[in-house]
Design a protein around this ligand. Structure first.
Ligand SMILES: [Zn+2]
Length: 188
C-alpha cells in the first residue's frame, strides 16, 4: 500500500473507534445492564449531578456466589426486601460477580440507597458472595481496582475508598475483603 492508502485506513480505524466510544461510553469490560434491570413500579430515586460524587463505598451481597445482578435487583425492588415494600431500584451502581465480571447496574445520577447518610456523595460497588466466609479472588480485587481507576478518570478526581463497615456496625464488605490492599494498588 502507498503511504496515502495507509493514512486513509488509519483515519477510518480512528473514526470507527471514536464512533464506538461515543455510542458506548463504558469500556467493553464493563457490562452495561442498568437500563434492563427491574425497578419499583411507584418509587423513584432522587437525582444528583456527577459533581456531587466524592467516594466509592464497597459492599458484599453476603449471599451465595450464584446470585446475579438480576436476582439482587429483583430482591431490592420487591416486597421481600427488608423495607417491606421494596426500594426504588437496585442499591448498587456496580456489581462484581464471583467470576470477576463487572456490571454497571444503576445510573450514577441516581442517589440509590446503599449506606444511610452517605448516598448523595457515593457510588455503591458490590461483590457477589459472602466475604465473611470466602476470600475475594485476585481477579475480583483486580477488577475492583480497575473500576475505581476508571471512575477516577471519568469523574476527574480521586474518589475516597470506603467500606460499608466504615459507616455501620456491619462487617460489609466482609472481613476477608482487604480494602487497604486496594488502596495500595492504586497508590492512595
Ligand atoms: Zn453493605
Amino acid at each position: 500500500m502507498t503511504g496515502r492508502k495507509v493514512l486513509i485506513v488509519l483515519l477510518l480505524v480512528l473514526a470507527l473507534l471514536v464512533l464506538t466510544a461515543w455510542r458506548n461510553p463504558n469500556p467493553s469490560w464493563i457490562k452495561d445492564i442498568w437500563r434492563k434491570l427491574p425497578v419499583h413500579p411507584d418509587r423513584k430515586y432522587n437525582r444528583r449531578t456527577l459533581s456531587s460524587i466524592e467516594q466509592v463505598i464497597i459492599h458484599h451481597s453476603a449471599g451465595p456466589t450464584t446470585q446475579t445482578p438480576l436476582s439482587i435487583a429483583q430482591y431490592h425492588v420487591g416486597p421481600n426486601h427488608i423495607s417491606n415494600e421494596g426500594i426504588p431500584g437496585i442499591a448498587y451502581h456496580y456489581i462484581i460477580d464471583r467470576k470477576a465480571n463487572v456490571f454497571h447496574t444503576q445510573d450514577l445520577k441516581n442517589i440509590s440507597w446503599h449506606v444511610s447518610g452517605q448516598n448523595t456523595r457515593s457510588i455503591g460497588i458490590c461483590f457477589i458472595g459472602d466475604y465473611d466466609q470466602l476470600e475475594p479472588t485476585e481477579m475480583q480485587i483486580l477488577q475492583l481496582t480497575k473500576l475505581i481507576q476508571y471512575l477516577n478518570r471519568k469523574l476527574g478526581r480521586k474518589l475516597q475508598i470506603s467500606g460499608h463497615r466504615d459507616y455501620s456496625t456491619k462487617t460489609c464488605p466482609g472481613k476477608f475483603t482487604d480494602l487497604e490492599q486496594v488502596r495500595q494498588k492504586l497508590n492512595y
